[in-house]
Design a protein around this ligand. Structure first.
Ligand SMILES: [Ca+2]
Ligand SMILES: [Ca+2]
Ligand SMILES: [Ca+2]
Ligand SMILES: [Ca+2]
Length: 604
């Protein structure tokens, strides 16, 4: 019986719609009141990675609760002199003063949104200034044994973790093994003292890459450390030029991608056993001292796979010996191809990766308006991630890390703003919300990029996407038109009434309320070659803690209402076996999916 097709937005009150066979009772019963977290959420020590709602934040850009550390190291601190300075709150490439004390103070804000895990950009001590900008982002590490003084002390980090744990929130560190800060120079590129430039940097390639074939022919750079910089790095073995590749700058292809420097950042010789063991030792000590709940690993693609095969199992095992049974790691592999991404969860033995392919498919579906088939095509490759590791947990697509945008590529809201489809603000709001709902309810673990919950947009990637949550003094941030608010980034933006904050809190609540949204096996049951319905099921067998659960999640990427009927006609589901649990937009009968909205149904 094709009764749903009689229902449309205009005919929403027709008899056919009112006598809808799909129960709406559950939707009405679902509380609208936000609870901090579903009571069912397990204590963090016992909680699986797949249960988390992540919040990814740059501490420098979040909240400044201690102005005494804004310049970093103390003026009389000789050991840390290079970690002092770099503060300019008007400049997007400089320190803005945010710190661990600020994050600690704002934990209730994150808790109330349903955040259960926080991923911080690197917090180890950086070189404060390099080539005219600062290490506010944390990716220029000099000292792998202590916290950057701009962010606070080791004791403040421990306090932050303690306070997060008291709220049942996990803390993940962002770690780097590919490179250190830029200290090493070469005579050929920077002169005998290493302080200048010999090559013409205006021609693009900073310090031209020397290939293995060229090395075999005797061509090489003469690495040197400028006078006074010989002992800047900790632990001390990192000051030996022989533990680096010294082959010049990467041009991001071929062997240069693994052996070249990231714009001068000293690229570690990760094929050497001493470097592998040294890095394992560094991060085992970090685990011992701070007991983090896991690591996000930077620049994974730029380190040889053999390194990860040793590093990853060693750290996973070590964390267990420290009593962190659910310790987890996920890597940044900047690729949109599941075939390549999955090499790192299978061959390289890293438990999971950030799912750039998911971000790419979402952009095609919701920014470019391609058919929802692009999503089905992405998920059809999920089997690439399946494996059984000998030393660590199995890899599978359910553990992938979903995101809509980040600090490098920019925010999803920026992609929408840039679209040739010229979306108006309402359309940008709806598409942004739908993207985030897909991030929560598709297989994988959701990551909210800080500020997305306040309607931040940005002018691009990198520095342009790293706005302040505290009142900003950066002109190019403050002239942005934020979504769903009359505020600008010049204001304080910890608004718990913002539509996005409220919506993400609701998504987190649903995610934590229905185990199948976290653990359920996903199958794509309907997609089409134009914007419209994308439907998935999430099936979960009964466990000793939970009953079996079988959900149908339906997304509508079209700008007109769609009917659930298209799904039931294509599948074996009977209308009477489907019960509506939640709709993001309540209009029409229970089978109607409003434009740019989603609905969650329970299947018998
Ligand atoms: Ca500060
Ligand atoms: Ca490398
Ligand atoms: Ca260098
Ligand atoms: Ca701007």
């Amino acid at each position: 019986m094709n009764f749903i097709s009689k229902c449309s937005v205009l005919a929403a009150i027709s008899l056919a719609c009112i006598t809808s066979q799909v129960s709406q009772a559950a939707e009405v019963a679902l509380t609208e009141k936000l609870t901090a977290k579903a009571a069912a959420l397990a204590p963090y020590q016992q909680r699986d990675f797949q249960e988390e709602v992540f919040y990814f934040v740059l501490p420098d850009r979040f909240y400044n609760a201690d102005t005494s550390n804004d310049l970093g190291a103390a003026a009389n601190d000789k050991k840390r002199a290079v970690s002092r300075g770099g503060l300019d709150i008007t400049h997007k490439g400089m320190y803005h003063g945010g710190d661990l004390a600020g994050l600690t103070e704002k934990l209730p804000y994150l808790d109330n949104m349903g955040v259960s895990a926080i991923w911080l950009t690197p917090i180890l001590r950086n070189r404060a200034m390099q080539a005219g900008t600062s290490g506010y982002h944390g990716y220029w590490i000099l000292d792998f044994t202590e916290i950057d003084p701009h962010l606070g002390s080791n004791a403040e980090l421990k306090n932050f973790i303690d306070q997060a744990h008291k709220r049942n929130i996990k803390v993940f560190f962002d770690i780097i093994t590919n490179h250190t800060a830029d200290v090493i120079k070469t005579k050929e590129c920077h002169g005998e003292d290493g302080l200048g430039w010999i090559v013409d940097v205006t021609k693009g390639n900073d310090c031209p890459f020397i290939s293995m074939a060229q090395l075999a022919q005797g061509k090489h750079y003469s690495p040197l450390i400028p006078k006074g910089d010989e002992t800047l790095k900790y632990p001390a073995w990192l000051n030996d030029v022989d533990v680096y590749h010294n082959q010049g700058d990467s041009f991001w292809r071929g062997e240069s991608s693994v052996r070249g420097d990231f714009a001068g950042l000293d690229d570690l010789y990760t094929q050497k056993a001493s470097v592998v063991n040294g890095m394992i030792d560094i991060y085992q000590k970090i685990i011992d001292e701070f007991k983090p709940d896991g690591f996000r690993i930077d620049t994974v693609k730029h380190v040889n796979i053999e390194f990860w095969q040793q590093f990853s199992p060693a750290l996973m095992q070590h964390a267990k010996t420290q009593g962190i049974d659910n310790f987890f790691m996920f890597g940044e592999v900047y690729s949109f191809e599941p075939e390549l991404l999955s090499r790192f969860t299978t061959e390289a033995k890293i438990p999971s990766v950030l799912d750039f392919a998911f971000q790419g498919a979402m952009t095609k579906a919701l920014v470019e308006q391609q058919g929802t088939d692009v999503l089905a095509q992405l998920f059809a490759k999920d089997h690439f991630y399946n494996t059984e590791h000998k030393y660590i947990r199995n890899s599978n697509a359910n553990q992938l890390v979903n995101f809509t945008g980040n600090h490098d590529m920019g925010r999803f809201a920026y992609a929408l703003k840039q679209s040739p489809h010229n979306y108006n603000e309402e359309a940008q709001i709806q598409r942004n919300l739908l993207a985030h709902s897909m991030m929560f309810f598709s297989r994988g673990v959701p990551v909210v990029y800080y500020g997305d919950e306040q309607g931040f947009v940005g002018d691009g990637g990198d520095q342009a996407s790293r706005q302040d949550m505290m009142p900003s003094f950066v002109a190019s941030y403050n002239d942005d038109d934020l979504l769903a608010t009359s505020k600008s980034t010049a204001d304080d933006n910890f608004d718990t009434n913002h539509l996005f904050y409220q919506s993400f809190a609701k998504y987190a609540q649903l995610y934590q309320q229905y185990p199948a949204l976290r653990f359920g096996e996903q199958a794509a049951v309907y997609s089409q070659n134009e914007a419209g319905i994308f439907a998935i099921t999430r099936k979960m067998k009964a466990t000793n803690k939970t009953k079996a659960q079988n959900l149908l999640v339906v997304f509508n990427t079209a700008i007109n209402a769609q009917s659930l009927n298209v799904v039931t006609e294509q599948t074996a589901f009977k209308q009477t076996d489907i019960k509506l649990l939640y709709r993001s937009v309540k209009s029409g009968n229970a089978e109607e999916i409003a434009p740019l909205s989603f609905a969650i149904y329970q299947l018998k």
